[in-house]
Design a protein around this ligand. Structure first.
Ligand SMILES: [Zn+2]
Length: 290
């Protein structure tokens, strides 16, 4: 009896070890070429491209806050719903922070070309469903534009953009009342979860994150200097009141919404079908009839 038990434990244990060895990494760069094949198969060709930036985040958060947080959320999400996550990507739109130290702002054409070549290369490697998970407010116009340009010419893959989500309702009450967009309570709270060791909360009051409202224009008018006009310190809100409890609540909501998006994308058979139909019709528009 005892011997059987020992054998049984032994079998179970070795089973666990094998499982630990064969569990595929979710990180593109950690997979071997052979495992990459299995990973693409296991993910149903669904890959995530978490998109960050390098820019000032108030006086108290690291330059890579958006990159660090979006990768944290994406990597948590794929633990629940498997997908392959592309390595660090931070080549987005951030001209409005070029007056601050540490900002890396690539030219417009390079941003678009690099992103196109990146998704093309991901697709060539089997990622037929690419979800760009945006972590940076300055990309919110760039990414839908990029997704729209995917109709320029035929492609055998679909680009989905997962936009930045608003702070969820409920949870531990927020302490700040005004705007809370950049390095404020919400973002600082989330960073207290993803990378607490990089948050210098004691410095959060060293600068003002108040809205200066220096442009008096109707809301329907957009101009590129609007952000600088309102938040010249590249700080919007108050990070000093952030808490880990609030961060845990917000981060969980973010992760849950990414999981939902991955599941919806995996189930989506229509987008590529419609894309193909559209490209076919676009070759001979005079024959297109309702
Ligand atoms: Zn940010």
């Amino acid at each position: 009896m005892r011997k059987t038990l020992i054998v049984l434990i032994g079998v179970l244990f070795s089973g666990l070890c094998v499982e630990a060895q064969t569990k595929l990494s979710t990180h593109w760069e950690e997979l071997t070429a052979e495992d990459f094949r299995d990973a693409i198969h296991q993910s149903g060709g669904t890959c995530l491209l978490p998109f960050g930036i390098l820019e000032k985040h108030g006086p108290h958060l690291p330059l890579g806050t958006d990159l660090l947080n979006v990768r944290y959320a994406a990597l948590q999400a794929v633990e629940q719903e498997y997908a392959v996550v592309f390595p660090e990507y931070y080549f987005g739109q951030i001209f409005e922070a070029r007056h601050e130290p540490g900002t890396i702002a690539y030219s417009t054409h390079l941003q678009l070309e690099l992103l196109q070549e990146t998704t093309d290369e991901m697709a060539r490697n089997g990622c037929k469903k690419v979800i760009i998970v945006n972590g940076h407010g300055g990309n919110e116009n760039l990414l839908p534009f990029f997704a729209q340009t995917q109709l320029e010419k035929p492609r055998d893959y679909v680009v989905y953009v997962f936009a930045i989500t608003e702070s969820p309702a409920g949870g531990p009450p927020k302490k700040s009342t005004g705007v809370d967009w950049h390095a404020g309570e919400s973002e600082t709270s989330k960073t207290l979860v993803s990378h607490p060791e990089l948050v210098h909360q004691d410095r959060a009051k060293a600068e003002s994150g108040a809205d200066l409202g220096r442009l008096k224009l109707p809301e329907s008018l957009y101009t590129g200097i609007w952000w600088y006009a309102r938040f010249p310190n590249h700080y919007s809100g108050d990070g000093s009141v952030a808490t880990r409890e609030r961060g845990e609540f917000e981060m969980k909501a973010w992760v849950d919404s990414i999981v939902k998006a991955i599941r919806a994308v995996k189930a989506d058979e229509e987008s590529l079908k419609l894309q193909n139909e559209f490209f076919e019709k676009a070759k001979h528009p005079l024959e297109t009839r309702p």
